[in-house]
Design a protein around this ligand. Structure first.
Ligand code: COA
Length: 329
């Protein structure tokens, strides 16, 4: 008998109201709307203020997803959070989301996969459900990238934004529906190309002040760009081969939203025309692991996903991490 697979019962998002445009950034650093648009495809991004923490953002997206699924917080067996921007290092952000949400029956824990984190979370949920350990998971990706962005560094501050996405994950009752294939990889030897310094346990307490001031994302943009395209193409091939599905059967490609040029290169490789690729990097920038669930939710709202639609999700992030998942809605 084939192992149980999963389907997404619902999706949810939360976006901050505050919009930061390229024109606003022109006032902050030496950049231009033309440069940002041409090199990244980003026009604006959302910024969550001090009044909302990462766990709260996750809670809002989770409530949104539970509402659509018609479930109560106490129906959740596992609450899995992916975030690169936790409010605090201990406890897991998932535990703070659990408390805010009132998901009192759930086991709550985080997975760390940077921008690939939400697909990692879905895969963990898949494993727990396939093993019969749980029935209902809530995978949540709240990201407050603005909190770890150096607003004086033009090479990175134009790229990121804040958002939260979530989905309720349940067993698939129907053969051939739900997750058909998934693929996950990492390469820790490339960690220095994209990271947030320092590794906190290596830092003596008396320099905590310095740590706070220097805890911003550092990135070798060009190397990351090349690795992102290469890895996402590899992941596309891997899931299609696993599922025995050809490129032209894909109805909708949902790539991680980091840069329009990375998206276009991946779409070209996957053989999916741009009208069947979800793009919101222009409106939100790179929201790390929130980017795929937010895109999925928006694509559903736009009517691009119907029963039976074949969706290919693919991500790349710090680590490096990369992943893909093929889903029959
Ligand atoms: N405004 C104006 N000029 C800028 C700039 C900005 N915001 N940021 C960098 N520049 C300058 C650089 O200083 C450089 O100038 P120089 O040639 O005089 O040295 C020039 O633009 C080209 O920089 P480069 O870094 O080579 O540009 P690029 O075409 O590689 O684009 C990125 C830069 C960051 C947009 C691109 O590399 C990228 O998207 N990388 C992947 C990022 C990513 O996806 N990260 C997350 C992965 S999950």
């Amino acid at each position: 008998m084939a192992a149980r697979t999963i389907r997404l019962a619902s999706t949810g998002i939360w976006l901050p109201a505050k919009v930061l445009t390229n024109a606003d950034l022109e006032q902050m650093v030496d950049t231009s709307n033309e440069w940002i648009l041409e090199r990244t495809g980003i026009r604006e991004r959302r910024i969550a203020g001090d009044e909302v923490g990462v766990a709260q953002m996750g809670c809002y997206a989770a409530q949104n997803a539970l509402e659509e699924a018609g479930l109560a917080p106490s129906d959740v067996d596992a609450l899995i959070v992916s975030t690169a921007t936790p409010d605090r290092l201990l406890p897991a952000t998932a535990c703070d989301v659990q408390a805010m949400l009132g998901a009192d029956r759930a086991v709550a824990f985080d997975v760390g996969g940077a921008c690939s984190g939400w697909l990692y979370a879905l895969s963990v949920a898949h494993g727990l459900i396939a093993a019969g350990q749980i029935e209902t998971a809530l995978c949540v990706a709240p990201e407050k990238m603005s909190a770890i962005t150096d607003w004086r560094d033009r090479a990175t501050c134009v790229l990121f934004g804040d958002a939260a996405g979530a989905a309720v994950v349940v067993p698939s009752e129907e053969e051939g529906r739900g997750v058909l294939a998934s693929y996950m990889r990492s390469d820790g030897t490339l960690a220095e190309l994209l990271y947030r310094p320092p590794a906190s346990t290596e830092v003596p307490v008396d320099v905590a002040e310095i740590v706070m001031r220097d805890g911003y994302i550092r990135m070798a943009g060009r190397e990351v760009f090349k690795a992102a395209v290469r890895s996402m193409c590899e992941a596309v091939d891997a899931v299609l081969e696993q599922a025995g599905i050809s490129k032209d059967e894909v109805d909708l490609l949902i790539p991680h939203q980091a840069n329009i040029r990375i998206i276009e290169a991946t779409a070209k490789y996957a053989g999916v025309p741009l009208e069947r690729v979800w793009v919101n990097v222009d409106r939100y920038g790179n929201t790390s692991s929130a980017s795929v669930p937010v895109s999925l939710h928006e694509a559903r709202e736009a009517g691009l996903i119907r029963d039976g639609s074949l969706i290919l999700m693919v991500t790349f992030g710090a680590g490096f991490t990369w992943a893909a998942m093929l889903l029959r809605w």
